[in-house]
Write a protein that binds this ligand. Sequence first.
Ligand code: SAM
Ligand code: SF4
Length: 477
Amino acid sequence: MNKAFDIGIETLAGREAAPAVTPQSQPPAPELDPHALSANSGAGKSFYIETFGCQMNVHDTEKVAGVFLARGYHAAQNSMEADVMLYNTCSIRAKAEQKVFSRLGEWRGIASGKIIGVIGCLAQQEGEDIFERAPWVSLVCGSASYRKLPEMVAELESGGRRVIGLDLETEETFETEITRRDNPFRAYVTIIEGCDYACSYCVVPHTRGPERSRNSESVLSEARRLADAGYSEIQLLGQTVNSYRDPSPRKLSFVELLREVAAVKGIRRVRFTTSHPNDFHREIVDAIDETPELCNHIHLPVQSGSTRILRAMLRTYTREQYLEKISWIRAARRPISVTTDIIVGFPGETESDFEESVTLLDTAGYDSVFAFTYSPRPNTSAAKMADAIPEPEKSRRLAILQDRQREIQIARNQAMIGSTFEVLVDSHHASRGQWAGRSTSNHIINFASPRETLLGEYVQARVTRAAPYSLVGEQVI
Ligand code: SAM
Ligand code: SF4
């Protein structure tokens, strides 16, 4: 785990492992839930999880950690100390995959006595081949099989040598008795798993399985528990979060769910990611306009500015349709920040297609862009396409796109000088004498304050200087 917070056993009450640093207010004194620790076959043993990839993976790790805590395991301080070492993996681009195999290689000859497991997207993609490449691995489990993890771990505890969970065909979502929350300020809540789109470059439908939404009451009761535990910011997660369809008789739409989560007492900020443009409707903008608790930030991945390439990517919208959605956002009464993902060097992308991605940056006016060079992935239709773009050319296009976006961000951020934002403080940089946090629009603001403790508090900060990737300011007292 990147950031491991020690969680005492007494904090495992209410099936929610509370954060070590309490956001804003002190949570009510927890009561120990006797059922949460009933299967304590891991008593005295420890686990460590290293996470690669997206926020969905970060949150899956929090839930998988909960599975181990519920069995009586405790969190190890590092991988060497742990009895169980898990890699929660990503396979979205080839680089992510190489990193995992290189980590697994570090255990060659020194893994004995330890359970080493590979979970997540790479586990699903490579399956039993992982045992061939790294014979010291004894657990391989894709995310669609996480609900079976307790049985799989029990099998290893009782002497099993290898366990594997690779079922993709499921309608169930992964819900845990305990979730070990590693972020003390923002609580992730998955509302939809898998993906039913079929973008030609993307492994997700093959690694995370079909789309399945969580029951709205289960989401809302988790939100209420989080508020009781002291969280005031919730981020709803899904690969296509706005495709949410409530399977319960209430049949809440995504927007109705957003409004109900925002109405939970104690919740002050609700974020959601990632939105698919095809399921992005004007009602989402209306809800943000009418509900101050809904953060004024939308991550709306476009992938390309060229309709020809969007078609080849099977993205199901044109440049014009995408820009129409941006115009709804720009017409909102609240200023809403917009961020996106772009892939450059997709097979067949001409110089003029690429230019359309660059001009889209100006037209859409993004606050931030995550840009990637196209990486061919197994089991995807784009991997077989002709007209691959050479790597140096992809890198050249990436640099041009990033340079243009940098200029746009400098201008946008400079326009914020003099404005005051409410910031949820989430870090302190002692060497710079600065605090940092995010505005509801998801901008990072570093600021000076005479106060000695601010972590987890909402404060007003005025922007005094602007850099391309952050804002600098001072606390308004
Ligand atoms: N579900 C989200 C959507 O529809 O936009 C995307 C989820 S994906 C985990 C995150 C980002 O990785 C994508 O938006 C895309 O830009 C990038 N990505 C996915 N597959 C890729 C590939 N084969 N090569 C390069 N980037 C890729
Ligand atoms: Fe991948 Fe497309 Fe699904 Fe996003 S919508 S996860 S890019 S297949």
